[in-house]
Design a protein around this ligand. Sequence first.
Ligand code: DTP
Ligand code: GDP
Length: 227
Amino acid sequence: MAKLFRAVIMGPPGSGKGTISERIAQRFGLTRLSSGDFVRENIAANTDAGVLAKTYIERGLLVPDHVMTRLLLPRLEEMTRHSWLMDGFPHTLAQAKALNSTCDLDLVISLNIPYETLKERLSERWIHPASGRVYNMGFNPPHVQGRDDISGEPLIQHDDDKPEALVARLRHYKDVAKPIIDLYKSKGILHTFSGTETDRIWPYINSLLSTKIPGTLQADTQCIPMP
Ligand SMILES: Nc1ncnc2c1ncn2[C@H]1C[C@H](O)[C@@H](COP(=O)(O)OP(=O)(O)OP(=O)(O)O)O1
Ligand SMILES: Nc1nc2c(ncn2[C@@H]2O[C@H](COP(=O)(O)OP(=O)(O)O)[C@@H](O)[C@H]2O)c(=O)[nH]1
């Protein structure tokens, strides 16, 4: 039986992880997994891990590694018959190691986007908080200004996306991502894409994945449950 395909997309805030993973999911039929969506779902469902995660998010903090792995790894273990692409996890080396002992990743996409571009994009990013749908007033504006296309509900901007918060977020990303990137590089599965426009990067990602994915989507290799 063909092998399953498991991939991770990494990059600083605003680098296009959400936008590109949506395109990959549509084009290749992978299940798109987003750590932010998992966190929001668990908070909404009041699970133990969700209640705990909320106490950090409310203070503008990242969710600690042990809570994130408790949230995510069981979901991955359920995905035994799916190929997937993960956005937002791992965010730390500890998370990368936990993921490593659960699944063999086939490929990691790392997006390398200049700071000025990130700043511009994030200042124009608007979000529908309930669904996580992302808009950009220049690049992919909503049909009706300030409203989500599907629900019609109001869009919001994250305080985090303001330029004054961005410098610190990017510095933090560089620090935490370096050892993860080194780890994936040493495994030979890292592919880095640089540029200022998603539409120009996309053809390269598309052709890379076309060489890696064909016929790989219906296998039943398994994620091994963590001890
Ligand atoms: N891997 C993770 N480790 C710790 N906390 C996480 C992780 N993934 C998500 N979270 C938490 C902290 C985030 O502020 C929150 C929402 O996640 P997410 O929607 O990915 O954030 P974001 O939209 O600010 O990221 P980005 O700007 O990179 O798109 O969930
Ligand atoms: N102008 C412009 N905006 C883009 C481009 N690619 C993505 N965006 C927008 O930039 C913002 C950040 O993209 P997103 O996919 O959310 O990045 P993430 O934070 O890495 O998940 C969103 O508002 C996107 O709609 C691009 O090529 N040009």
